[in-house]
Design a protein around this ligand. Structure first.
Ligand code: NAP
Length: 482
């Protein structure tokens, strides 16, 4: 299968926070990739904005150095690299100050797509939006992209939404959740809504439960101070795992259009039942085998912040009543793997001899590593020796199945191109974020009130014992984290 690259319209992309980690490690390398494959047109331009005292030449040199690190192929593509760097300029401005805005206005063109990527702390979103508006830089068609975290509870998310909406309409606002830019996540929609095979089975009658796991092998890695005020529930569950749950559980939208898709996602969030504290496990990694503890990494010997959460979530609607969704995420686990496992019910009457260790049918949508989809089936074990059952997998690992994956597109690359195309399907709508916080807030408030210490788990393990029991209690078991 050969990939077709359709160039996007010419654009001016302004990156606020252009000297920061995200811009230099993800956004600019991603843009270079898209330019190298011909998706970013020659007359596109990128304008970096930050407070650092540098000029265009210094900023281009900085970008070139980071591209060598994060887009290594740029080094072998000297011509493309030089042309790419030519598109980049730099404007010095303080988000909260008055200087720099007229210089920014002067470099922007009127006849191209105009987009502002706010790769800065959320506390600056409101000031930047207001300045763009006040200085006549934001036009009715320009787009504004904002990064996570989008609030730390419903109240702060509503305040951020209100700040942005002072200067931009909802149709102009792109709230990024980079999980939605992953190939497999979009494939989940294709799998569900472009095939007739799955829909009749996609309900509580046939699906026993769903497991959504986002396991990280790294700890808080220098983000300890920030993370300690956030924890796994706010950092991962309220946004990334919630998005995966929504796409798995939502009703088929009537159209593949941003608001049709997002309407269905909101309905799922609104159907979530309150989670009993007995159906939640909070964990915190402890030192083991040379690995430091969370408390050491966070720099707080008494920290009660969770680095792991597992929970059983029920969706109170016709399709899913009786089929729980188990969510699990954590740091310093035994592997780095993210997947959605849809586990089907056993046949109602088994005529074959019992198979030791049989796990039954499951559809596994793997986000990382090796993005792909796997279907676990039961067959007769080949060969003589009687009728014994065995499990085999149909493996659709994309890198093997598709020959256009030699240069896979990073989630950020896809999402930035969607911003330029004006397609909001893979971005969170304001009401969606608020609804997700409205679900998460009481859970977090319950923890804060009880002031409990999370259960310790060994660094490099599968998480706390109680997380295993959460499923064992219901006669189920987690898939191995590998
Ligand atoms: P960072 O490395 O601290 O960079 C922050 C950027 O903001 C710098 O370019 C800084 O440049 C600029 N800045 C700070 N104050 C400013 C002001 N008053 N006016 C104008 N520019 C200002 O942060 P980051 O890691 O890139 O993260 C940026 C945003 O993305 C944050 O919201 C973060 O939560 C989110 N995010 C980051 C990642 C990641 O992997 N890094 C992942 C997901 C989400 P000057 O100091 O030169 O002004």
């Amino acid at each position: 299968m050969v990939s077709r690259v359709i160039p996007v319209d010419p654009f001016d992309l302004v990156i606020f926070g252009a000297t920061g980690d995200l811009a230099l490690r993800k956004i600019l390398p991603g843009l270079f990739h898209r330019y190298a494959v011909g998706q970013v047109p020659d007359n596109a331009r990128i304008i970096g904005v930050a407070r650092s005292d540098m000029d265009e030449t210094m900023f281009r040199a900085e970008v070139q150095g980071r591209l060598a690190e994060f887009a290594p192929r740029s080094v072998q593509q000297a011509d493309r690299l030089a042309q790419f760097l030519d598109k980049i300029t730099y404007v010095r401005a303080d988000a909260t100050g008055d200087s720099g805005w007229s210089a920014l206005r002067d470099v922007l063109r009127d006849d191209v797509v105009r987009a502002f990527y706010l790769s800065v702390a959320p506390a600056l979103f409101g000031a930047i939006a207001a300045n763009l508006h006040a200085h006549g830089i934001a036009t009715p068609d320009s787009r504004i992209v904002v990064e996570k975290p989008f609030g730390r509870d419903r109240e702060s998310a509503c305040a951020l939404n209100a700040d942005l909406r002072q200067s931009f309409d909802e149709r102009q606002i792109y709230r990024i959740d980079h999980y939605l830019g992953k190939e497999t996540v979009q494939n989940l929609m294709a799998l569900r809504f472009a095939n007739s095979l799955w829909e009749p089975l996609w309900n509580a009658t046939h699906i026993d439960h769903v497991q959504i796991t986002v396991a990280e092998s790294l700890g808080v890695e220098g983000r300890g101070e920030y993370y300690d005020h956030v924890g796994a529930m706010r950092d991962m569950v309220q946004n990334h795992l919630m998005q995966l749950l929504c796409l798995t559980a939502m009703e088929p939208p009537s159209k593949f259009e941003p608001n049709s898709v997002r309407d269905e996602k909101v309905k799922v969030i609104e159907a979530l039942e309150p989670v009993a504290q007995t159906d939640i496990v909070r964990g915190q990694y402890r030192a083991r085998g040379g690995e430091g503890s969370y408390r050491e990494d966070a720099g707080d010997p008494k920290s009660r912040t969770e680095s792991f959460v597992a929970m059983k979530v029920n969706i109170g609607n016709w399709r899913w009543a009786g089929t729980p969704f188990y969510l699990r995420t954590g740091k310093k686990l035994r592997g780095r793997s993210s997947e959605i496992a849809v586990v089907f019910r056993d046949p109602p009457h088994m005529i074959f001899p019992k198979m030791e260790g049989r796990r039954g049918n499951a559809l596994i949508i793997r986000l990382q590593p090796d993005e792909g989809i796997i279907l676990r089936n039961t067959i007769k074990e080949p060969g003589p020796g009687g009728f014994r059952l065995a499990e085999v997998t149909l493996d659709m690992t994309f890198a093997d199945a598709l020959d256009n994956q030699s240069d896979p597109q990073d989630a950020y690359e896809r999402l930035i191109m969607d911003v330029i195309r004006g397609d909001q399907t893979l971005f969170m709508r304001g009401d969606e974020v608020e609804a997700a916080w409205a679900w998460a807030d009481p859970i977090i408030a319950g923890w804060e009130e009880a002031n409990l210490t999370p259960e310790a788990y060994d660094a490099g393990s599968s998480g706390p014992e109680d997380a295993l029991m959460l499923l064992h209690r219901y006669g189920r078991r987690w898939r191995e984290i590998v």
